[in-house]
Ligand binder design. Sequence first.
Ligand code: AGP
Length: 612
Amino acid sequence: MCGIVGYIGKKEAFPIIIKGLKWLEYRGYDSAGVALLNGSLEVYKKKGKVIDLEEFASEKNNGGSLGIGHTRWATHGEPNDENAHPHVSMEGMFTLVHNGIIENYAELKEDLIKHGYRFNSETDTEVLANLVEYFYKQSSEINSETAVQLALSKVVGAYGIAVLCSEEKDKMVVARKGSPLVVGLGNKEYFVASDAAPIAEFTSQVVYLNDEDIAVITRNSFTLKNVQNTPVSLKISNLDLEIGELDKGEYEHFMLKEIYEQPKTIEETFRGRLRHDQSEIVLGGLINIFPKIEKAERIIIIGCGTSWHAALIGEYMLEEYAQIPVEVEYASEFRYRKPVLGENDVVILISQSGETADTLAALELAKSKGATVLGICNVVGSTLARETDAGVYTHAGIEIGVASTKAFTAQVTVLTMFALKMAKARKKIDTEEYQMLVKELSEIPEKGRLILENNENIKTIAEKYKDAINALYLGRGYLFPVALEGALKLKEISYIHAEGYAAGEMKHGPIALVDDNLPVVVVAPKDDYYEKIVSNIQEVKARKGNVIAIVTEGDVVLKEMANDIIEIPDSHPAVAPLLSVIPLQMLAYHIALMRGCNVDQPRNLAKSVTVE
Ligand code: AGP
């Protein structure tokens, strides 16, 4: 949450920062701001989107080759101009942008007030700016990096910060704890950002800051130390990221573009991993560690939101085919429980961003218990990717829409490959079934393309239900997590209250909700549960509920019974989630659009949840 961009070098900083903030806007879009140090300090900030800031600051004095910028997801204080970052210290010596939460800010603020400090905003960040200034003023021996280091030593909480000092005009200080920061190394120029996307067009040499690192950057130097003031050696990584342009192409929204990309992204996910001769599945990132993984006594899969839904599908697959006990946990619960686990357990953390605070905390906990920790992650070089013992990238490409779509299908693709690989290694699956499933998986992209051709039909259905107040999503087996995911998509972008349920649970409560106003989306392609889910549909119909059924092509029974149907191509049940989720994403998209909602940037949300 919140995106940070910084630049120091010889180019104009303003356009680089604005473009970078546009890349990072998925992290928060309540307000945006920029500070430029060019002789004098100029700070511009605005409630609203980066484009509002760009318009506002374009006419102003925005020259200079040193600056920092921020796009905010509000934690302390409502989204307005005053609470927008950058924050300037009381005497104007320090300007700071921050991602994270200073948990002891109230206590620090009280002390600063006693020392005569006054505040203009409700934010924890302004407290930090003043604290840095306070230390700076204690002695002429204290430079800006020492002041930052002293201030951070007093801070409890999480931070990614970039700091400018008006009295040291050729320097930027950046630091992290819990909130990601990466520094791109150019020729006498440096780029700072919350993730690598804004940097990729300028350089492929990057340094990922670790927790408690403080980087001191001038046009001619880059040094690292930590909050304890001990020098830290530089680890330069090669950034292997193809990002293209931040461009919606022919689509109206990033979410729609990402829905349509799925046949291609699923192919990218299994490219080079799923062999055409249906022999070994190759997951390069796991090769060295696989002999240990295949002997695991138990697997625990952890994630949040959509990633947690993918984890549930992984559980079903691993238990069915690899016959290994699997548990699925919400990261936010796991991290605070007292889970029993040890070195014979494998913990898989799933995260699109690789920066979700709860998931990273769960990772640390699992590590501390001696478990083998693996990551399934989309963002190359993210904290999750760097902190796990091994992992698999999903290769879905950058996902900008806050509602996750292509990342989900990529995660499920990785989990399917992993489950099949485990099943084979553990000799729990015969060759014929294994090859059949590999083939089924390899056919998903082509079948997915056919579903996308159904757009107009889905739009017509959306029109009928766009004014609903509540909606129910039902599924069984592999399709229960799909029902959960469909409901999440609808609620996060259309603000319609939607519940996902295992269809068999209906009679234990949710059936009380059914009346002639309730749309009930039932994920019901032909599988072993088909007869049972048909009965569930009958029960809904008997109570006058409106059934929208996702069915296998040519299903005449449900065509008669349901109010609306969306057909999907026939597939094996184990890979059916990859197909059946697509119409649910499209339905949510069209309904949200018809309700006038901001599909790519829904209210109150941010894509990367880096605070708990
Ligand atoms: C998905 O549509 C959501 N925006 C959200 O639930 C998301 O999946 C969750 O925050 C986890 O993010 P991660 O995969 O980046 O860890």
